[in-house]
Write a protein that binds this ligand. Sequence first.
Ligand code: TYD
Length: 140
Amino acid sequence: MTDKIEIINLPRILDARGNLSVLQQMKEVPFNIQRVYWIYDVPGGEIRGSHAFKSTNEMIVALSGSYDVVLHDGNQEFRYQLNRSYYGLYVPKMIWRRLENFSTNSLALVIADKAFAEDEYIRDFDAFTQIKLNGNSNGI
Ligand code: TYD
């Protein structure tokens, strides 16, 4: 498993009856899957995310519609427009993320390698950049 942000091309099985894509743990998804959640019914103009995870790695897929995933590594910002259901955006731990510009009826699938835990979250951007600069007592 890497600490590199990456767009992963998921297999596409094209078929006149309708197309199919797939992801499997430790194959297209570079970790063991512990949790899957999805974000939907997002009102126009709303922003989701705005946090980093201390040790959780995730993959984000736009199953339907489109939205932007804005990532920050403490140094630089990167913007990915997700608008195809066969791209997975790998977001490693300790990357700040914000999801915005959701289209009507968009569906954001998020696959994670850890169970939900509120103490996994860093919700303050200045605290995040400080940890990226200096590390902290947990060695993160
Ligand atoms: P949060 O991760 O802050 O939302 P987002 O980053 O997508 O904007 O989660 C919103 C709320 O949902 C928060 O109270 C925690 C809860 N939640 C769970 O209970 N389990 C989960 O797996 C997730 C992702 C969130």
